[in-house]
Design a protein around this ligand. Structure first.
Ligand code: G4P
Length: 529
């Protein structure tokens, strides 16, 4: 492939994730993005969704049972000549490390906010991960069809709570009877929406007009039109200019208003998203910066998932392509294993379907059937044998101790532990020198333990009992082990090792961790392994 064509392909790709608190409408918005991308014909209406008990991105049995999305998946869809890759992240309040790692593979994020609830706990956590990586963030204020809080107040809250500058890109136009449209500041036009009769299952009819058009008064009433004009004037006077460079550094977020349920505001958002959303970003490998348009295939594994397809019981390793072009069956260098491998059977998810891919480009994510040769963070490369920086392990906040119901099942337990730890479902710890039957588990979200138990029972036929432990903070020890022992002793903590035998302490609270930092600095405790 010539360099020109590679550049064209890479530059039409945008890879992103949606971050939000449960119930803000992520599943609904995901469906609507697929609808506007033409990847699905009709979005399942809310009622139909409830009947199905799961949305398009849900796979595993437990998800269907609960009607929630536990594991992240990847969806690819076109929009106005662009190729959008949506990395789906779990929406339940108990989310896992998997979510964090998925953000590592995205180039930007859409932060979805409920117009009534504002910035919620999980949004804040996910935002912090994005901030650490300086990920550009779009803000979408959802559910504007309902009377929510004042839009100025919501924008102010995002700025104050998250400490990011906000510039509204659209602004809601409301009448007494509800949400009528948005003012698009970039194009200086009002886009009004007409409610369809199908509860948002198909695209919404829109009309465009000038802000001063008398038709606006007719449509929303004189009072509401006057208010919209005043608010826009206030905005123009008060909020600064949109600064693309600051957005790309993750310091400024454009804000959009809409209703995912009714499709209001989705299209103006998508149009701006493809205009300013970043193309695949360069990534660092050792002392090199890898340019996505370099004609050498390079990728890293960010997620491993087993048994998504119950009929096949296979295991997929998801890799983010960082540079160059991927071709089915190509031979690449597996850096950690120091050998050449063939990449067979690549798959992507197009809307509901998993399909085979013959080629893919920097920015894309592909799933490769994995016979057990991949680990999270692995680099695959052509040409020079560089390795991407590893994906950090995030500090778990919930801990349990594992007991086996049937002691004869130790072999299966060991297998399951190894696999599920590799996928990042849970982190597995042990006391130094102890065997696997004394495993301790750590997870970012409580639900991960249930997923773990469920998968142990269904996939490995092992019943386990998990006893909750009273710790909530985990710190890896980078300094003196004796000092770490002292911390564990004085704060009633536990000194353990992770799966790579790296020492860590579990503590009861952040206050204990702060105490350790102050009083026992030699232990050099860190929250990320
Ligand atoms: P999540 O994935 O972020 O958890 O949220 P999801 O899309 O499942 O939406 C959560 C609830 O919010 C759903 O209602 C959904 O219909 C509603 N919702 C999503 N977008 C909008 C919107 O723009 N406006 C309004 N008014 N509601 C919205 P539910 O009653 O919890 O579920 P369901 O039984 O209706 O599916």
């Amino acid at each position: 492939m010539d360099d020109q064509e590679l550049m064209r392909q890479v530059n039409r790709r945008k890879t992103f994730a949606i971050i939000s608190h449960p119930d803000a409408g992520k599943t609904t918005l995901t469906e609507k993005l697929l609808l506007y991308g033409g990847a699905i014909q009709m979005a399942g209406s809310v009622k139909a969704r409830r009947a199905r008990q799961h949305a398009v991105s849900d796979w595993m049995e437990i998800e269907k049972e609960r009607g929630i999305s536990v594991t992240s998946s990847v969806m690819q869809f076109p929009y106005r000549g662009f190729q959008l890759n949506l990395l789906d992240t779990p929406g339940h309040q108990d989310f896992g490390e998997d979510t964090y790692r998925t953000l590592h593979a995205a180039d930007c994020a859409i932060m979805l906010i409920d117009n009534n609830k504002g910035v919620e706990a999980q949004t804040r956590k996910l935002f912090e991960v994005c901030r650490r990586r300086r990920t550009p963030i779009f803000t979408f204020v959802n559910k504007c069809d309902r009377l929510g809080r004042d839009p100025f107040e919501i924008v102010d809250e995002v700025e104050q709570v998250l400490g990011i500058r906000c510039i509204p890109s659209t602004w809601p136009v409301r009448s007494f009877s509800g949400f009528k449209g948005v003012y698009d500041r970039m194009h200086q036009r009002v886009v009004t929406f007409e409610s369809g009769l199908d509860h948002g299952a198909s695209r919404v009819e829109t009309h465009e007009m000038e802000l001063n058009d008398a038709a606006l008064d007719t449509l929303v009433g004189e009072e509401a039109a006057k208010q919209a004009r005043e608010e826009v004037e206030l905005l123009d006077g008060a909020s600064g200019q949109f600064d693309l460079a600051a957005f790309n550094r993750g310091e400024l977020s454009p804000v959009f208003f809409g209703s995912a349920m009714n499709n209001f505001g989705v299209e103006p958002f998508l149009d701006e998203f493809i205009r300013i959303g970043p193309t695949p970003a360069p990534r660092i490998a050792g002392d090199k910066v890898i340019d996505p348009v370099e004609n050498v295939f390079r990728a890293f594994v960010f997620k491993i998932q087993a048994n998504m397809d119950r009929a096949h019981r296979d295991r997929l390793a998801f890799m983010r392509i960082v540079s160059g072009r991927f071709e089915r069956g190509m031979r690449v260098w597996h850096v950690r294993e120091e050998r050449e491998i063939r990449l067979n059977s690549p798959q992507v998810t197009m809307a509901q379907e998993r399909v085979q891919v013959d080629e893919a480009f920097a920015g894309d994510v592909i799933g490769i059937i994995d016979p057990g040769m991949f680990q999270i963070g692995d680099t695959l490369t052509e040409g020079e044998r560089v390795a991407f920086e590893g994906i950090p392990r995030f500090s778990p906040e919930h801990f349990t101790r594992l007991r086996l119901k049937d002691p004869l099942k130790r072999k299966q337990l060991q297998q399951g532990l190894q696999q599920l730890a590799l996928e990042g479902t849970v982190q597995v710890f042990h006391k130094a020198g102890m065997t696997e039957k004394d495993a301790y588990l750590g997870a970012v979200g409580q639900l991960q333990f249930e997923v773990f138990k469920h998968r142990m029972a269904t996939e490995y036929r092992v019943e386990v009992i998990l006893d909750a432990l009273p710790y909530s903070v985990c710190r890896w020890v980078q300094g003196d082990l004796a000092a770490a022992q002292k911390v564990a002793k004085f704060r009633d903590g536990a000194l353990l090792e992770d799966h790579l035998d790296r020492p860590l302490v579990l503590l009861h609270s952040e206050r204990d961790a702060a105490w350790a930092e102050r009083e026992v600095p030699d232990a050099k405790l860190t929250p990320v392994a």
